[in-house]
Design a binder for this molecule. Structure first.
Ligand SMILES: [Zn+2]
Length: 72
């Protein structure tokens, strides 16, 4: 039996990221609102919130990347 099926399913999109504000590791959770095409990422340690627009094809990593871009 090939283990490919289980491995593929495990490649689920990450929604937890490191915080750019307090440098916490895996403290930020992305919440995608695909009905209103917005998403936010919130740090549960420092309560930093970043909100951005998304589209149908956006994934949580895109939200995080927007946040990173906005810091530069
Ligand atoms: Zn933080």
């Amino acid at each position: 039996m090939k283990p490919s099926r289980g491995k593929k399913d495990a490649g689920k999109l990450a929604t937890i990221f490191d915080c750019l504000n307090c440098s916490g590791e895996k403290t930020c959770h992305v919440n995608m609102d695909t009905k209103n095409y917005v998403a936010d990422i919130r740090c549960h340690v420092c309560n930093e919130i970043f909100r951005t627009r998304i589209n149908r094809l956006s994934s949580p990593i895109d939200v995080y990347c927007d946040w990173v871009d906005s810091q530069n």
